[in-house]
Design a protein around this ligand. Structure first.
Ligand code: C5P
Length: 232
C-alpha cells in the first residue's frame, strides 16, 4: 500500500554519519511532522537476532523477526526519545557501533528489506513525514515531494562521529572510525538490492563545512519553495 497522496513526505538519504538523523529530526521538529529513522529498524532486527541468539547468517530467522518484532518509538516524560524492543528499553544499544555493523549485514538480504517495507510506509501520516535512511527516496517513498541526498566528505564524517562518541564518554579512535565508515559505505553502495544512491530527482546537499542549522534551513527552504506546507 502506498502512502496517502495527501501526506507530504521529505526523504533524507545519504551515507553513514552524513548527519541525516540529526537533520531529519530537526526538520521534523520544526514542522511538527512524524519521523522515520529507518536505520533504527535495521538495527533493531540485528539486535533482536542477537537477543534471540540467532545465527548472524540465518536469513529466515531475521526475516521472521523483522515481521514480528514489536518496536515502539516514544518520547518519555522528560522529553527524551526512547526505543523499545519487545517492551525492553534499547535506546542505547540501538545506537551502538555493534548494532550498526549488524544492521549493515542484515540489510543486504532482499527478503529482509522486503519484510520492512510496509512497516516503513506505515509511518506516513498527517500532517507529514520526514524519513531518513539509504533508500527512502528510491524505494520506500518514490513519490516523495522532496528528496534530499545528504553528503559530507569521509574525513568530516569520521570527525563528526568521533566527536559524538567522545561527548558520550565512549572511547573512540579516529583511524578505526574512518575505516569502519569506509567499509560500511562500500557495503551500502555495492549491494545488489537498494544500494545507496541518490534518486534521479534528489537534491544533492553537501554539508561539509556547514552547521546543522544551515543544513536544516536549506531543507526547509526547499520544502517551502515546493509548497509542502501552508505558510501561515
Ligand atoms: O542509518 P544507520 O546508521 O542507523 O543505518 C544502519 C545500517 O542500516 C546502514 O549502514 C545500512 O546498511 C542499513 N540501512 C539500510 N537502509 C536504510 C537504512 C539503513 O540499508 N533505509
Amino acid at each position: 500500500m502506498m502512502p496517502a497522496a495527501s501526506v507530504p513526505i521529505i526523504t533524507i538519504d545519504g551515507p553513514s554519519s552524513s548527519g541525516k538523523g540529526t537533520i531529519a529530526r530537526a526538520v521534523a521538529r520544526a514542522l511538527d511532522w512524524h519521523l522515520l529513522d529507518s536505520g533504527a529498524l535495521y538495527r533493531l532486527v540485528a539486535l533482536a537476532g542477537q537477543g534471540r541468539g540467532a545465527n548472524p547468517d540465518d536469513i529466515d530467522a531475521h526475516v521472521m523477526l523483522a515481521r514480528a518484532m514489536r518496536v515502539e518509538f516514544l518520547t518519555d516524560s522528560a522529553g527524551y526519545e526512547r526505543v523499545l524492543l519487545e517492551g525492553q528499553d534499547v535506546t542505547g544499544a540501538v545506537r551502538s557501533e555493534q548494532a550498526g555493523q549488524g544492521a549493515s549485514r542484515v540489510a543486504v538480504w532482499p527478503a529482509l528489506r522486503d519484510a520492512l517495507v510496509e512497516r516503513q510506509r506505515a509511518f506516513a501520516a498527517p500532517p507529514g513525514l520526514v524519513a531518513d535512511g539509504r533508500d527512502m527516496g528510491t524505494v520506500i517513498f518514490p513519490a516523495a515531494e522532496l528528496k534530499v541526498f545528504l553528503t559530507a566528505s569521509a574525513d568530516e564524517r569520521a570527525t563528526r562521529r568521533h566527536k559524538q562518541l567522545i561527548s558520550k564518554g565512549s572511547a573512540a579512535n579516529l583511524a578505526d572510525l574512518s575505516r569502519e565508515i569506509a567499509e560500511r559505505d562500500h557495503r551500502d553502495t555495492s549491494r545488489a538490492v537498494a544500494p545507496l544512491k541518490p534518486a534521479s530527482d534528489a537534491v544533492m546537499l553537501d554539508s561539509t563545512g556547514l552547521s546543522i542549522q544551515q543544513v536544516v534551513a536549506r531543507v526547509l527552504a526547499l520544502g517551502r519553495e515546493r509548497g509542502l506546507w501552508q505558510v501561515g
